[in-house]
Design a protein around this ligand. Structure first.
Ligand code: ADP
Length: 181
């Protein structure tokens, strides 16, 4: 039996809702019995990409390494959920090209909303100058131009956001019953 793999790449500002949506999706996909793996940007930076910083070069290297692992998993039929700010469009496109089965989810909330949420207290520290090169404050975020899914987390509920991604995966055939090969 062969399951079609896919990388579901959630990009967006810190506090936009990537982790929250990823965790809810993870549960839903696992409950439905699909093979799944999660690569969370914050966790990956403590192992696979440990030591990398936040220059454009290091951010690109971070994404390239995550993308490499995604490619391996995806081609073995795994549904991979990636939650990473991944602020640069060119490297997201590079990774998309290498993986092929790639669904980009733009987790979108205005900077003011993300900053107001300040889930991890990082915006406050960035505004105070304690963190340099913080995406959205003194480092760019390049929004996707043509994402497969956009979740406006300031306007929709978590359930709505999760369902949008689920429906897109269904529509694209990634949640079909495994077929015999
Ligand atoms: P990120 O992983 O992008 O840094 P988090 O998921 O850690 O962001 O935080 C997002 C915050 O926004 C959470 O407190 C979450 O409860 C809230 N939130 C409100 N609406 C939504 C939504 N529709 N989808 C995801 N998160 C939402």
């Amino acid at each position: 039996m062969k399951q079609r793999g896919v990388t579901v790449w959630l990009t967006g500002l810190s506090g936009a809702g990537k982790t929250t949506i990823t965790q809810a999706l993870e549960k839903k996909i696992l409950d439905a019995g699909y093979p799944l793996e999660v690569l969370d940007g914050d966790i990956v930076r403590t192992n696979l990409t440990k030591g990398l910083g936040f220059s454009k070069e290091d951010r690109d290297e971070n994404i390239r390494r995550i993308g490499f692992v995604c490619r391996l998993l995806t081609r073995h039929g795994v549904i991979v959920l990636v939650s990473a700010i991944s602020p640069y469009r060119d490297i997201r496109e590079e990774v998309r090209g290498k993986i092929g089965d790639f669904v980009e989810v733009f987790v979108n909330a205005p900077l003011a909303v993300c900053e107001d949420r300040d889930v991890k207290g990082l915006y406050k520290r960035a505004r105070a100058g304690e963190i340099k090169s913080f995406t959205g404050i003194d480092d760019p975020y390049e929004a996707p131009l043509n994402p497969e899914v956009e979740c406006r987390t300031d306007l929709e509920t978590l359930e709505e956001s999760v369902n949008k991604v689920w429906q897109k995966l269904e529509e694209m055939g990634y949640l079909a019953k495994p077929v015999a090969v």
